[in-house]
Design a protein around this ligand. Structure first.
Ligand SMILES: NC(=O)c1ccc[n+]([C@@H]2O[C@H](COP(=O)([O-])OP(=O)(O)OC[C@H]3O[C@@H](n4cnc5c(N)ncnc54)[C@H](O)[C@@H]3O)[C@@H](O)[C@H]2O)c1
Ligand SMILES: O=c1ccn([C@@H]2O[C@H](COP(=O)(O)OP(=O)(O)O[C@H]3O[C@H](CO)[C@@H](O)[C@H](O)[C@H]3O)[C@@H](O)[C@H]2O)c(=O)[nH]1
Length: 439
Protein backbone atom coordinates (compact mmCIF):
# COMPACT_ATOMS: atom_id res chain seq x y z
CA UNK A 1 0.00 0.00 0.00
CA UNK A 2 1.04 3.62 -0.44
CA UNK A 3 1.22 5.17 2.99
CA UNK A 4 2.03 8.64 4.31
CA UNK A 5 3.01 9.20 7.94
CA UNK A 6 2.79 12.74 9.31
CA UNK A 7 5.36 13.40 12.04
CA UNK A 8 8.69 11.67 12.55
CA UNK A 9 8.96 11.75 16.34
CA UNK A 10 9.23 8.41 18.18
CA UNK A 11 5.88 7.15 17.02
CA UNK A 12 5.87 8.45 13.45
CA UNK A 13 9.38 7.29 12.72
CA UNK A 14 8.95 3.81 14.17
CA UNK A 15 5.52 3.43 12.53
CA UNK A 16 6.81 4.54 9.13
CA UNK A 17 9.88 2.33 9.27
CA UNK A 18 7.87 -0.68 10.46
CA UNK A 19 5.22 -0.29 7.77
CA UNK A 20 7.94 -0.10 5.10
CA UNK A 21 9.68 -3.15 6.58
CA UNK A 22 6.51 -5.22 6.03
CA UNK A 23 6.41 -4.26 2.36
CA UNK A 24 4.53 -0.97 2.01
CA UNK A 25 5.77 2.16 0.25
CA UNK A 26 5.96 4.75 2.98
CA UNK A 27 6.66 8.48 2.88
CA UNK A 28 7.31 10.07 6.25
CA UNK A 29 6.61 13.80 6.41
CA UNK A 30 7.97 16.22 9.00
CA UNK A 31 7.81 20.01 9.17
CA UNK A 32 11.34 20.01 10.58
CA UNK A 33 13.68 19.98 7.54
CA UNK A 34 16.74 19.14 9.68
CA UNK A 35 15.06 15.89 10.78
CA UNK A 36 14.13 15.07 7.19
CA UNK A 37 17.70 15.66 5.99
CA UNK A 38 19.23 13.43 8.66
CA UNK A 39 16.68 10.66 8.18
CA UNK A 40 17.02 10.77 4.39
CA UNK A 41 20.72 10.09 4.93
CA UNK A 42 19.97 7.13 7.19
CA UNK A 43 20.86 8.97 10.42
CA UNK A 44 18.30 8.33 13.21
CA UNK A 45 17.02 11.43 15.01
CA UNK A 46 16.25 9.44 18.17
CA UNK A 47 18.22 6.83 20.08
CA UNK A 48 16.37 3.55 19.68
CA UNK A 49 18.05 0.12 19.55
CA UNK A 50 17.67 -1.57 16.14
CA UNK A 51 16.14 1.44 14.38
CA UNK A 52 19.15 2.65 12.39
CA UNK A 53 19.57 -0.69 10.58
CA UNK A 54 15.88 -0.73 9.63
CA UNK A 55 15.93 2.88 8.36
CA UNK A 56 18.98 2.21 6.17
CA UNK A 57 17.65 -1.09 4.85
CA UNK A 58 14.29 0.37 3.81
CA UNK A 59 15.80 3.57 2.36
CA UNK A 60 17.99 1.34 0.20
CA UNK A 61 15.09 -0.86 -0.93
CA UNK A 62 13.16 2.28 -1.92
CA UNK A 63 10.23 1.40 0.37
CA UNK A 64 10.93 4.34 2.69
CA UNK A 65 11.45 8.04 2.04
CA UNK A 66 11.34 11.26 4.01
CA UNK A 67 10.15 14.70 2.98
CA UNK A 68 9.33 18.10 4.45
CA UNK A 69 6.72 18.70 1.72
CA UNK A 70 3.23 17.45 2.60
CA UNK A 71 2.18 17.38 -1.02
CA UNK A 72 4.97 14.91 -1.89
CA UNK A 73 3.79 12.33 0.61
CA UNK A 74 0.05 12.93 0.57
CA UNK A 75 -0.86 13.29 -3.09
CA UNK A 76 -0.90 9.57 -3.90
CA UNK A 77 -1.32 8.03 -0.42
CA UNK A 78 -4.05 5.43 0.22
CA UNK A 79 -3.65 5.50 3.99
CA UNK A 80 -2.39 8.50 6.00
CA UNK A 81 -1.17 8.18 9.58
CA UNK A 82 -1.17 11.16 11.93
CA UNK A 83 1.63 10.73 14.50
CA UNK A 84 2.29 14.29 15.66
CA UNK A 85 2.68 15.33 19.30
CA UNK A 86 -0.20 15.96 21.69
CA UNK A 87 1.65 17.71 24.53
CA UNK A 88 0.13 18.87 27.77
CA UNK A 89 -1.55 22.26 28.00
CA UNK A 90 -1.00 24.27 31.21
CA UNK A 91 -4.41 23.06 32.52
CA UNK A 92 -3.42 19.41 31.96
CA UNK A 93 -5.57 18.85 28.86
CA UNK A 94 -4.07 17.51 25.62
CA UNK A 95 -3.00 20.17 23.13
CA UNK A 96 -4.53 19.26 19.77
CA UNK A 97 -2.97 22.09 17.74
CA UNK A 98 -0.52 19.80 15.93
CA UNK A 99 -3.18 17.19 15.14
CA UNK A 100 -5.49 19.89 13.79
CA UNK A 101 -2.70 21.33 11.64
CA UNK A 102 -1.95 17.83 10.31
CA UNK A 103 -5.66 17.53 9.43
CA UNK A 104 -5.50 20.79 7.46
CA UNK A 105 -2.33 19.57 5.71
CA UNK A 106 -4.16 16.38 4.73
CA UNK A 107 -7.21 18.25 3.45
CA UNK A 108 -5.05 20.56 1.34
CA UNK A 109 -3.02 17.80 -0.28
CA UNK A 110 -4.95 14.56 -0.77
CA UNK A 111 -6.21 13.83 -4.25
CA UNK A 112 -8.41 10.80 -3.57
CA UNK A 113 -10.48 9.17 -0.81
CA UNK A 114 -8.10 7.97 1.89
CA UNK A 115 -8.21 6.35 5.30
CA UNK A 116 -6.79 8.69 7.94
CA UNK A 117 -5.41 6.79 10.94
CA UNK A 118 -4.76 8.68 14.16
CA UNK A 119 -1.79 7.16 16.02
CA UNK A 120 -1.28 10.14 18.30
CA UNK A 121 -2.76 9.77 21.78
CA UNK A 122 -5.92 11.90 21.63
CA UNK A 123 -8.90 12.49 23.93
CA UNK A 124 -12.12 10.61 23.27
CA UNK A 125 -14.04 12.41 20.53
CA UNK A 126 -10.96 13.76 18.73
CA UNK A 127 -11.14 11.31 15.81
CA UNK A 128 -14.63 12.54 14.89
CA UNK A 129 -13.55 16.16 15.27
CA UNK A 130 -10.55 15.57 12.96
CA UNK A 131 -12.69 13.73 10.43
CA UNK A 132 -15.06 16.72 10.26
CA UNK A 133 -12.18 19.15 10.00
CA UNK A 134 -10.67 17.26 7.06
CA UNK A 135 -13.96 16.63 5.25
CA UNK A 136 -14.92 20.32 5.54
CA UNK A 137 -11.64 21.41 3.99
CA UNK A 138 -11.05 18.94 1.16
CA UNK A 139 -11.46 19.87 -2.49
CA UNK A 140 -13.43 18.09 -5.24
CA UNK A 141 -15.82 16.34 -2.85
CA UNK A 142 -13.15 14.00 -1.47
CA UNK A 143 -14.37 12.29 1.74
CA UNK A 144 -12.10 10.45 4.15
CA UNK A 145 -12.61 7.53 6.53
CA UNK A 146 -11.17 7.91 10.01
CA UNK A 147 -9.62 5.28 12.27
CA UNK A 148 -8.12 5.28 15.74
CA UNK A 149 -5.01 3.09 16.02
CA UNK A 150 -3.32 4.07 19.30
CA UNK A 151 0.34 3.28 19.80
CA UNK A 152 1.65 1.23 22.74
CA UNK A 153 5.42 1.21 22.09
CA UNK A 154 7.83 1.97 24.90
CA UNK A 155 10.86 4.14 24.32
CA UNK A 156 14.07 2.13 24.40
CA UNK A 157 12.33 -1.00 23.10
CA UNK A 158 10.18 0.58 20.37
CA UNK A 159 11.30 -1.70 17.54
CA UNK A 160 10.82 -4.84 19.61
CA UNK A 161 7.44 -3.64 20.87
CA UNK A 162 6.29 -2.97 17.29
CA UNK A 163 7.22 -6.39 15.95
CA UNK A 164 6.31 -8.32 19.13
CA UNK A 165 3.45 -6.26 20.54
CA UNK A 166 0.76 -7.55 22.92
CA UNK A 167 -2.09 -6.23 20.76
CA UNK A 168 -3.02 -3.83 17.99
CA UNK A 169 -6.14 -1.75 18.58
CA UNK A 170 -8.13 -0.53 15.58
CA UNK A 171 -11.22 1.63 16.10
CA UNK A 172 -13.35 2.39 13.05
CA UNK A 173 -16.83 3.50 12.04
CA UNK A 174 -17.32 0.70 9.52
CA UNK A 175 -16.30 -2.89 8.95
CA UNK A 176 -14.66 -2.29 5.58
CA UNK A 177 -12.11 0.17 7.03
CA UNK A 178 -11.50 -2.22 9.94
CA UNK A 179 -10.82 -5.06 7.48
CA UNK A 180 -8.37 -2.99 5.40
CA UNK A 181 -6.43 -1.91 8.48
CA UNK A 182 -6.50 -5.38 10.04
CA UNK A 183 -4.98 -6.78 6.84
CA UNK A 184 -2.36 -4.02 6.78
CA UNK A 185 -1.38 -4.78 10.39
CA UNK A 186 -1.60 -8.56 10.17
CA UNK A 187 2.16 -9.04 9.37
CA UNK A 188 3.03 -7.59 12.81
CA UNK A 189 1.67 -10.81 14.26
CA UNK A 190 -0.06 -9.33 17.33
CA UNK A 191 -3.70 -10.03 18.25
CA UNK A 192 -5.88 -7.37 16.60
CA UNK A 193 -8.71 -5.79 18.58
CA UNK A 194 -11.24 -4.12 16.31
CA UNK A 195 -13.66 -1.83 18.08
CA UNK A 196 -15.50 1.47 17.84
CA UNK A 197 -13.53 4.71 17.68
CA UNK A 198 -14.34 6.09 21.15
CA UNK A 199 -13.41 2.80 22.84
CA UNK A 200 -10.10 2.69 20.93
CA UNK A 201 -9.27 6.22 22.08
CA UNK A 202 -10.19 5.26 25.65
CA UNK A 203 -8.13 2.02 25.59
CA UNK A 204 -4.96 4.09 25.15
CA UNK A 205 -5.61 6.46 28.07
CA UNK A 206 -6.86 3.71 30.37
CA UNK A 207 -3.84 1.52 29.65
CA UNK A 208 -1.39 4.27 30.52
CA UNK A 209 -3.43 5.34 33.54
CA UNK A 210 -3.55 1.75 34.82
CA UNK A 211 0.22 1.26 34.42
CA UNK A 212 0.86 4.57 36.19
CA UNK A 213 -1.52 3.42 38.95
CA UNK A 214 0.49 0.21 39.41
CA UNK A 215 3.68 2.25 39.79
CA UNK A 216 2.21 4.74 42.28
CA UNK A 217 0.64 1.86 44.20
CA UNK A 218 3.95 0.03 44.61
CA UNK A 219 5.67 3.30 45.48
CA UNK A 220 3.16 3.86 48.30
CA UNK A 221 3.76 0.28 49.46
CA UNK A 222 7.52 1.04 49.32
CA UNK A 223 7.05 4.03 51.57
CA UNK A 224 5.04 1.88 53.99
CA UNK A 225 7.73 -0.82 53.85
CA UNK A 226 10.30 1.76 54.95
CA UNK A 227 8.13 2.81 57.86
CA UNK A 228 7.46 -0.80 58.89
CA UNK A 229 10.79 -2.50 58.21
CA UNK A 230 9.70 -4.59 55.20
CA UNK A 231 11.45 -4.85 51.82
CA UNK A 232 9.38 -3.74 48.80
CA UNK A 233 11.25 -5.99 46.39
CA UNK A 234 10.26 -9.05 48.40
CA UNK A 235 6.71 -7.72 48.59
CA UNK A 236 6.49 -7.04 44.82
CA UNK A 237 7.86 -10.52 44.08
CA UNK A 238 5.30 -12.12 46.36
CA UNK A 239 2.46 -10.07 44.87
CA UNK A 240 3.53 -10.46 41.24
CA UNK A 241 3.41 -14.25 41.30
CA UNK A 242 -0.36 -13.97 41.54
CA UNK A 243 -1.41 -14.06 37.87
CA UNK A 244 -4.23 -11.67 38.58
CA UNK A 245 -1.67 -9.06 39.65
CA UNK A 246 1.35 -9.92 37.43
CA UNK A 247 4.99 -9.01 38.03
CA UNK A 248 5.33 -6.06 35.61
CA UNK A 249 5.28 -2.39 36.58
CA UNK A 250 5.75 -3.20 40.25
CA UNK A 251 9.24 -1.74 40.45
CA UNK A 252 9.33 0.90 43.17
CA UNK A 253 11.54 3.91 42.56
CA UNK A 254 11.81 7.64 42.12
CA UNK A 255 8.49 7.81 40.26
CA UNK A 256 7.43 7.58 36.65
CA UNK A 257 8.47 10.14 34.02
CA UNK A 258 8.65 10.23 30.25
CA UNK A 259 6.65 11.74 27.44
CA UNK A 260 3.48 9.76 28.13
CA UNK A 261 2.46 8.77 31.68
CA UNK A 262 2.60 12.28 33.20
CA UNK A 263 0.76 13.98 30.33
CA UNK A 264 -1.74 11.17 29.66
CA UNK A 265 -2.77 10.80 33.31
CA UNK A 266 -3.31 14.56 33.51
CA UNK A 267 -5.26 14.54 30.25
CA UNK A 268 -7.55 11.74 31.48
CA UNK A 269 -8.27 13.64 34.69
CA UNK A 270 -9.22 16.65 32.53
CA UNK A 271 -11.27 14.50 30.17
CA UNK A 272 -13.15 13.00 33.12
CA UNK A 273 -13.74 16.48 34.52
CA UNK A 274 -15.27 17.56 31.21
CA UNK A 275 -17.76 14.71 31.65
CA UNK A 276 -18.47 15.88 35.25
CA UNK A 277 -16.61 12.92 36.67
CA UNK A 278 -14.10 13.54 39.43
CA UNK A 279 -11.38 10.90 38.81
CA UNK A 280 -10.10 10.85 42.40
CA UNK A 281 -8.12 7.63 42.05
CA UNK A 282 -6.06 8.99 39.15
CA UNK A 283 -5.58 12.34 40.89
CA UNK A 284 -4.02 10.44 43.80
CA UNK A 285 -1.78 8.47 41.43
CA UNK A 286 -0.42 11.77 40.08
CA UNK A 287 -0.01 13.26 43.56
CA UNK A 288 1.85 10.18 44.83
CA UNK A 289 4.17 10.41 41.83
CA UNK A 290 4.92 14.10 42.35
CA UNK A 291 5.76 13.38 45.97
CA UNK A 292 7.84 10.30 45.10
CA UNK A 293 10.14 12.30 42.83
CA UNK A 294 11.45 14.38 45.73
CA UNK A 295 11.40 11.81 48.57
CA UNK A 296 15.14 11.16 48.32
CA UNK A 297 15.74 14.83 49.14
CA UNK A 298 14.30 14.20 52.62
CA UNK A 299 16.81 11.39 53.13
CA UNK A 300 19.63 13.59 51.85
CA UNK A 301 18.62 16.41 54.19
CA UNK A 302 18.37 14.17 57.23
CA UNK A 303 21.78 12.62 56.42
CA UNK A 304 23.69 15.84 55.67
CA UNK A 305 21.66 18.79 56.96
CA UNK A 306 23.05 21.43 54.60
CA UNK A 307 24.48 20.31 51.26
CA UNK A 308 25.88 23.76 50.45
CA UNK A 309 29.10 23.31 48.46
CA UNK A 310 28.88 19.50 48.44
CA UNK A 311 29.85 17.75 45.22
CA UNK A 312 26.91 15.61 44.07
CA UNK A 313 27.10 12.98 41.33
CA UNK A 314 23.68 12.64 39.68
CA UNK A 315 23.74 9.31 37.85
CA UNK A 316 21.34 9.36 34.91
CA UNK A 317 19.44 12.13 33.14
CA UNK A 318 17.12 10.19 30.79
CA UNK A 319 13.70 9.24 32.21
CA UNK A 320 14.64 5.57 31.73
CA UNK A 321 17.52 3.57 30.20
CA UNK A 322 18.08 3.11 26.46
CA UNK A 323 16.67 6.48 25.49
CA UNK A 324 18.06 10.01 25.31
CA UNK A 325 14.56 11.38 25.94
CA UNK A 326 14.48 13.74 28.90
CA UNK A 327 10.79 14.60 28.89
CA UNK A 328 9.46 14.65 32.49
CA UNK A 329 12.61 12.94 33.76
CA UNK A 330 12.86 12.95 37.57
CA UNK A 331 16.39 14.34 37.01
CA UNK A 332 14.77 17.60 35.94
CA UNK A 333 12.95 17.81 39.26
CA UNK A 334 15.94 16.77 41.34
CA UNK A 335 18.78 18.79 39.77
CA UNK A 336 17.23 22.29 40.10
CA UNK A 337 16.36 21.50 43.75
CA UNK A 338 19.92 20.33 44.48
CA UNK A 339 21.28 23.50 42.85
CA UNK A 340 18.89 25.65 44.90
CA UNK A 341 20.24 23.92 48.02
CA UNK A 342 23.74 25.04 47.03
CA UNK A 343 25.09 21.69 45.80
CA UNK A 344 27.81 21.48 43.17
CA UNK A 345 26.26 19.03 40.68
CA UNK A 346 27.93 16.80 38.11
CA UNK A 347 25.45 14.84 35.98
CA UNK A 348 26.32 11.57 34.27
CA UNK A 349 24.46 10.01 31.37
CA UNK A 350 25.88 7.77 28.63
CA UNK A 351 23.80 9.30 25.80
CA UNK A 352 21.55 12.16 26.96
CA UNK A 353 24.18 14.78 27.88
CA UNK A 354 23.95 16.91 24.76
CA UNK A 355 20.12 16.97 24.96
CA UNK A 356 20.35 17.87 28.66
CA UNK A 357 22.81 20.73 28.10
CA UNK A 358 20.33 22.35 25.74
CA UNK A 359 17.55 22.14 28.33
CA UNK A 360 19.28 22.45 31.71
CA UNK A 361 22.03 24.87 30.70
CA UNK A 362 25.65 24.92 31.74
CA UNK A 363 25.37 25.79 35.45
CA UNK A 364 26.20 22.19 36.29
CA UNK A 365 28.94 19.86 35.03
CA UNK A 366 28.17 16.99 32.68
CA UNK A 367 30.01 13.81 31.82
CA UNK A 368 29.52 10.61 29.84
CA UNK A 369 32.09 8.91 32.07
CA UNK A 370 30.72 7.29 35.25
CA UNK A 371 34.12 7.35 36.96
CA UNK A 372 34.55 11.07 36.29
CA UNK A 373 31.13 11.72 37.83
CA UNK A 374 32.00 9.85 41.03
CA UNK A 375 35.47 11.28 41.34
CA UNK A 376 35.72 13.20 44.64
CA UNK A 377 31.91 13.35 45.06
CA UNK A 378 30.42 13.75 48.56
CA UNK A 379 27.43 11.65 47.60
CA UNK A 380 25.74 10.10 44.56
CA UNK A 381 22.08 9.93 43.52
CA UNK A 382 20.93 7.28 41.06
CA UNK A 383 18.09 8.57 38.85
CA UNK A 384 18.26 6.23 35.83
CA UNK A 385 18.99 2.50 36.03
CA UNK A 386 21.40 2.52 33.10
CA UNK A 387 23.19 -0.86 32.66
CA UNK A 388 26.52 0.99 33.16
CA UNK A 389 25.30 2.00 36.64
CA UNK A 390 23.47 -1.24 37.50
CA UNK A 391 26.40 -3.45 36.49
CA UNK A 392 29.13 -1.21 37.92
CA UNK A 393 31.71 -2.76 40.24
CA UNK A 394 30.55 -1.36 43.60
CA UNK A 395 34.17 -0.88 44.64
CA UNK A 396 34.30 2.28 42.48
CA UNK A 397 32.08 4.15 44.95
CA UNK A 398 34.68 3.54 47.67
CA UNK A 399 37.73 4.18 45.56
CA UNK A 400 36.55 7.31 43.74
CA UNK A 401 34.22 9.18 46.11
CA UNK A 402 35.14 11.22 49.18
CA UNK A 403 32.74 8.99 51.10
CA UNK A 404 30.73 6.15 49.53
CA UNK A 405 27.26 7.59 50.25
CA UNK A 406 24.68 6.54 47.65
CA UNK A 407 20.99 7.48 47.36
CA UNK A 408 19.51 5.02 44.90
CA UNK A 409 16.20 6.04 43.27
CA UNK A 410 16.06 2.80 41.25
CA UNK A 411 17.03 0.06 43.71
CA UNK A 412 19.92 -0.94 41.43
CA UNK A 413 21.91 -3.03 43.89
CA UNK A 414 21.26 -6.10 46.01
CA UNK A 415 21.55 -5.24 49.69
CA UNK A 416 24.08 -8.03 50.41
CA UNK A 417 26.39 -6.65 47.67
CA UNK A 418 26.04 -3.17 49.14
CA UNK A 419 26.96 -4.50 52.56
CA UNK A 420 30.00 -6.33 51.17
CA UNK A 421 31.14 -3.15 49.42
CA UNK A 422 30.60 -1.20 52.70
CA UNK A 423 28.54 1.50 51.02
CA UNK A 424 26.33 3.85 52.98
CA UNK A 425 23.23 3.21 50.96
CA UNK A 426 19.70 4.58 50.93
CA UNK A 427 17.22 3.10 48.48
CA UNK A 428 13.43 2.99 48.01
CA UNK A 429 11.30 0.78 50.24
CA UNK A 430 14.23 -1.27 51.53
CA UNK A 431 16.17 -1.05 54.79
CA UNK A 432 18.83 1.69 54.75
CA UNK A 433 22.44 0.57 54.92
CA UNK A 434 23.84 3.38 57.05
CA UNK A 435 27.15 2.82 58.94
CA UNK A 436 25.48 2.42 62.34
CA UNK A 437 23.09 -0.10 60.78
CA UNK A 438 25.88 -1.96 58.94
CA UNK A 439 27.51 -2.46 62.34
N1 LIG B 1 6.92 8.77 22.55
C1 LIG B 1 6.31 7.63 22.82
O1 LIG B 1 6.91 6.71 23.37
C2 LIG B 1 4.85 7.43 22.50
C3 LIG B 1 4.30 6.14 22.60
C4 LIG B 1 2.94 5.96 22.31
C5 LIG B 1 2.16 7.05 21.92
N2 LIG B 1 2.73 8.29 21.83
C6 LIG B 1 1.90 9.39 21.35
O2 LIG B 1 2.21 9.59 19.96
C7 LIG B 1 2.19 10.99 19.62
C8 LIG B 1 3.53 11.41 19.06
O3 LIG B 1 4.49 11.29 20.07
P1 LIG B 1 6.05 11.50 19.76
O4 LIG B 1 6.78 11.30 21.05
O5 LIG B 1 6.42 10.69 18.59
O6 LIG B 1 6.00 13.07 19.34
P2 LIG B 1 7.17 14.11 19.05
O7 LIG B 1 6.68 15.39 19.59
O8 LIG B 1 8.48 13.54 19.46
O9 LIG B 1 7.21 14.19 17.45
C9 LIG B 1 6.21 14.79 16.67
C10 LIG B 1 6.79 15.16 15.30
O10 LIG B 1 5.76 15.67 14.48
C11 LIG B 1 6.26 16.76 13.71
N3 LIG B 1 5.11 17.58 13.27
C12 LIG B 1 4.29 18.34 14.04
N4 LIG B 1 3.30 18.86 13.28
C13 LIG B 1 3.49 18.42 12.01
C14 LIG B 1 2.80 18.59 10.79
N5 LIG B 1 1.69 19.34 10.70
N6 LIG B 1 3.28 18.00 9.68
C15 LIG B 1 4.40 17.23 9.73
N7 LIG B 1 5.09 17.03 10.87
C16 LIG B 1 4.64 17.61 12.00
C17 LIG B 1 7.23 17.45 14.64
O11 LIG B 1 8.17 18.25 13.92
C18 LIG B 1 7.87 16.25 15.36
O12 LIG B 1 9.02 15.80 14.66
C19 LIG B 1 1.76 11.70 20.90
O13 LIG B 1 0.36 11.85 20.90
C20 LIG B 1 2.17 10.73 22.01
O14 LIG B 1 1.39 10.88 23.16
C21 LIG B 1 4.05 8.51 22.09
O1 LIG C 1 7.80 -0.85 37.35
C1 LIG C 1 8.05 0.25 36.83
C2 LIG C 1 7.94 0.49 35.43
C3 LIG C 1 8.21 1.76 34.94
N1 LIG C 1 8.58 2.76 35.79
C4 LIG C 1 8.82 4.12 35.24
O2 LIG C 1 7.71 4.48 34.42
C5 LIG C 1 8.12 5.37 33.39
C6 LIG C 1 7.61 4.89 32.04
O3 LIG C 1 8.25 3.68 31.68
P1 LIG C 1 7.83 2.82 30.40
O4 LIG C 1 6.40 2.53 30.46
O5 LIG C 1 8.77 1.69 30.31
O6 LIG C 1 8.21 3.85 29.23
P2 LIG C 1 7.43 4.71 28.15
O7 LIG C 1 8.30 4.72 26.95
O8 LIG C 1 7.02 6.01 28.76
O9 LIG C 1 6.11 3.86 27.74
C7 LIG C 1 4.81 4.10 28.29
O10 LIG C 1 4.16 5.16 27.62
C8 LIG C 1 4.03 4.96 26.19
C9 LIG C 1 3.44 6.22 25.60
O11 LIG C 1 2.06 6.28 25.71
C10 LIG C 1 3.16 3.73 25.95
O12 LIG C 1 3.02 3.53 24.55
C11 LIG C 1 3.81 2.51 26.61
O13 LIG C 1 2.96 1.38 26.44
C12 LIG C 1 3.99 2.81 28.10
O14 LIG C 1 4.65 1.73 28.74
C13 LIG C 1 9.65 5.43 33.47
O15 LIG C 1 10.02 6.62 34.15
C14 LIG C 1 10.02 4.22 34.31
O16 LIG C 1 11.21 4.40 35.04
C15 LIG C 1 8.68 2.55 37.16
O17 LIG C 1 9.01 3.45 37.93
N2 LIG C 1 8.41 1.28 37.64
Amino acid sequence: MKIAVIGTGYVGLVTGVALSEIGNRVTCIDVDPSKVEKLSNGIPTIYEPGLEELIRKNLESGNLSFTAKHQEGLSDAEVVYIAVGTPQRPDGAANLDYVEQAARDIAANITRNVIVVIKSTVPVGTNFHIKDLINKNTKNGIQIKIASNPEFLREGSAVKDTFHGDRIVIGTEDEQTADILAELNQPFGAPIVTTDISSAEMIKYSSNAFLATKISFINEIANLCEAMGANVEEVAKGMGLDHRIGPDFLKAGIGYGGSCFPKDTNALVQLAGNANHDFNLLKSVIEVNNHQQVLLLNKIESRFGSIQGKRVAVLGLAFKPNTDDLRESPAFVMIPKLCAMGADVIAYDPIAVSNAKRQLGTDIDYTEDLHEALNNADFAIIITDWPSVKNADLAIFNTLMKEPVVFDGRNCYALDKVKQATLEYYSIGRPDQAPELIG
